[in-house]
Ligand binder design. Structure first.
Ligand SMILES: *[C@@H]1O[C@H](CO)[C@@H](O)[C@H](O)[C@H]1NC(C)=O
Length: 159
């Protein structure tokens, strides 16, 4: 084997290994993420922080730190702006929530499954208070979005 081929081969293994490591678990479905942002911000992608909670999912600094300080490409995990940059980036913010639910996912409403309702409650009220009632407006938008998604899903399957 030519030496440059060996270099590429080793590089490939290394990058491959990093890739597997960087691949994070994703317990939250795409549809669930959509309904969460719908209820939290109307999925308004304008970069904004409301009372310290930023982006379409209104992620807080504490959640970001707790989730492993994910960053957009090129940012350092150690600066304050990395938090707002990540929370205001839909992909980085979604991955942050995924990693948060890997850590804190649980059955909050005692229906014997861990699903989108639980994630919505955990994100809004915190992992240690997720059995409490969700605020009315948040819950009604969230549930309506999930109901509509299920209905569209059935319609697609039957057509
Ligand atoms: C999105 O949020 C920004 C900042 O809060 C606001 O100015 C804008 O009107 C919102 N857009 C929509 C479509 O609601």
């Amino acid at each position: 084997m030519h030496s440059t081929h060996i270099v590429y081969f080793v590089l490939g293994l290394t990058v491959g290994g990093l890739w597997v490591q960087a691949e994070i678990q994703k317990p939250i479905t795409e549809q669930c993420l959509i309904c969460m942002c719908e209820a939290l911000s109307g999925c308004n992608a304008t970069a904004v922080c409301v009372n310290g909670a930023c982006g379409i999912f209104r992620i807080t600094w504490d959640q970001w730190v707790d989730s492993g300080r994910l960053t957009i490409p090129g940012d350092s995990p150690l600066t304050d702006s990395s938090f707002t940059n990540c929370a205001n980036d839909p992909y980085c913010a979604a991955d942050t929530l995924q990693s948060y639910m890997v850590k804190y996912g649980q059955d909050c409403n005692d229906d014997a499954k861990e699903d989108c309702y639980d994630y919505g409650a955990i994100h809004y009220m915190g992992p240690f208070n997720c059995k409490a009632d969700m605020p009315y407006t948040y819950e009604s938008i969230f549930r309506r979005c999930l109901r509509n998604a299920m209905r569209d899903d059935k319609r697609q399957k039957s057509s």
